[in-house]
Design a protein around this ligand. Structure first.
Ligand SMILES: [Zn+2]
Length: 155
């Protein structure tokens, strides 16, 4: 995978109004979408009523959709703190994986997420890949204990 003009080349782009200003991402935040179907998850993140979004959504069969350019703020982290920084939306790229919350992740979606993270790392000065639960402990539990952290920490 390759990034040009802050977008993954060859990946469908679904614009959302749920964005802020320009950012310089230094973290990647992993999430699950708590949705049973990826069309409704992507529709929800594109709906101005939801006030949520993420840069990337990955379905259970590994289909990647981009909603926000990587240099623009998406609304995925909410109130959050990590290593002295607050409001991680100002400093991070958010990746949502389709998962109701109790499912295992599929091999296709984890492989797709690894390829996306590698492409992001090659284009931005990423310091760390973290979970939503790391930056909003007590409030958020995603991406959950079934998330294969060892594969991502190795990146
Ligand atoms: Zn989350």
């Amino acid at each position: 995978m390759e990034i040009k003009n802050n977008r993954l080349v060859g990946v469908p782009f679904r614009a959302t109004p749920n964005v802020g200003g320009l950012i310089k991402p230094i973290y990647i935040v992993m999430h699950f979408d708590a949705a049973s179907n990826s069309t409704s998850a992507v529709n929800w993140m594109s709906d101005p009523k939801s006030k949520v979004s993420a840069h990337i959504h990955i379905s259970r069969d590994g289909v990647v959709t981009q909603l926000v350019p990587f240099n623009v703020k998406a609304w995925h982290a909410g109130k959050s703190t990590w290593k002295g920084l607050n409001n991680l939306n100002d400093h991070s790229i958010g990746i949502e994986l389709q998962n109701t919350g109790s499912q295992e992740y599929t091999t296709q979606q984890i492989n797709a997420a690894i390829e996306v993270c590698k492409a992001i790392k090659s284009s931005y000065q990423i310091r760390e890949i973290v979970g939503h639960n790391d930056i909003a402990p007590g409030r958020k539990s995603d991406p959950g204990k079934q998330f294969p952290w060892s594969k991502f920490k190795a990146l």
